[in-house]
Design a protein around this ligand. Structure first.
Ligand code: SAM
Length: 361
């Protein structure tokens, strides 16, 4: 068979195969379309239109699926090259630098348990924050005082995104002189007791159905919410939309690569468990410990660079940025460098960011 014919026959074979996989009505349309294209390109006179069919016209639920051809990458001329000899040994590994066999370290429940025991007397979080209501209220008070240092709250319309039980929103509206709005995807029982003339709550996902008009708020605040958000960029975009021009957002959130980002530091003592172990292993360990299989507790995996990209794309101006960095455990890092070295060291160090961003006036 001449070479040129062989080359031309190959795509035709693929096209025929692709057409054979389509349902009959679509296959018919695809064949007609391919013939028309061929006639156009080759200058062949167009085939006579087929006699009108008496069968009912096919009903398409979606556009016909056409096989896609990948564009060819441009390559230099390699026709004169001397090719390597065909070798019997091309599939045979003759030396191994990294052990991937049965004796290689396995990131399984047994290793997880032994690391947790090893770090039991020096857990990554020594005193986790309390969930007791009185302690949460004290934390909320400190947080509002913290936000006040960087954004003006008095006399302002303020939205708290991810307000949970509503204490910060309450303190904003009752003590900090704001007209305060709290929004969360889960409504809390406490809202009914906390709501008032200057304290309002809404159960909504702003990324799906934003209940607030554009250009409504002077300030947005949010505490440790963004890492739990399914569509973090969309929520940043909606934050931008609801801010008035010149309005500012004060946002603190946990970063994915930080040592505590699994959010399981009440049970897990050693750093970066979510980067070393699969979620399945963490769930299996939960079950072994007699708990329901929770696994790690974040939703998205954003690093600071991802946030920065989104801020720039949306049009926010970064006015203030601070990282909370963890104590660096060099011995642990070196031990698992093969796994942890896959992320930039500066991301592994950063637990939280606190930013103030502005919608340009
Ligand atoms: C870790 S909690 C923090 C709650 C509170 N800010 C605090 O510091 O106690 C995360 C909160 O974010 C809420 N959340 C998750 N996705 C959200 C979204 N798209 N919009 C608003 N809230 C969201 C959750 O329901 C949860 O109350």
């Amino acid at each position: 068979m001449p070479k040129t014919r062989h080359r031309r026959a190959f795509p035709r074979r693929i096209a025929r195969k692709a057409v054979s996989l389509l349902p009959p009505a679509r296959a018919d349309a695809a064949t007609r379309m391919a013939r028309a294209t061929r006639d156009l390109v080759t200058g062949r006179p167009a085939a006579k239109p087929a006699a009108p069919s008496l069968s009912p016209a096919p009903v398409y639920r979606s556009r016909p699926v056409m096989p896609r051809m990948k564009p060819k990458m441009p390559v230099g001329d390699t026709s004169g090259w001397t090719l390597p000899p065909l070798s019997e040994g091309h599939d045979i590994i003759t030396e191994v630098l990294y052990d991937t066999g049965p004796d290689a370290p396995r990131f399984d429940v047994e290793l997880f348990e032994s690391l947790n025991a090893e770090y039991a007397d020096r857990p990554i979080v020594k005193e986790p924050t309390s969930f007791v209501a009185a302690d949460r209220i004290e934390t909320a008070r400190n947080r509002i005082g913290w936000a006040e240092k960087l954004v003006n709250l008095r006399g302002k319309t303020v939205l708290e995104i991810g307000c949970s039980n509503g204490y910060e929103t309450y303190l904003l509206g009752t003590n900090a002189g704001s007209d305060a709005y709290g929004v969360d995807v889960n409504a809390r029982g406490a809202w009914a007791d906390l709501a008032g003339d200057t304290v309002h709550f809404e159960c909504a996902d702003m990324t799906v159905n934003n209940p607030y008009e554009h250009n409504t708020f002077d300030v947005v605040i949010s505490y440790v919410v963004w890492e739990h958000v399914t569509h973090p960029r969309a929520l940043l975009q909606e934050t931008y939309n609801v801010l008035k021009p010149g309005g500012r957002a004060w946002i603190r959130a946990n970063l994915y690569c930080g040592p505590k980002a699994s959010h399981r530091y009440r049970d897990i003592n050693f750093p970066w468990p979510h980067l070393l172990f699969s979620e399945d292993v963490i769930r299996d360990w939960d079950v072994k410990e007699g708990r329901s299989p929770r696994g790690p507790s974040w939703v998205n995996r954003l690093t600071w660079d991802n946030y920065r990209t989104y801020l720039d794309e949306i049009g926010f101006r970064l006015k203030h940025l601070q990282f909370q960095e963890a104590d660096w455990d060099e011995e642990f890092y070196q031990r698992f460098e093969n796994m942890l070295g896959r992320w930039p060291r500066r991301d592994l160090e950063r637990d939280f960011f606190l930013m103030v961003v502005e919608k340009p006036a």
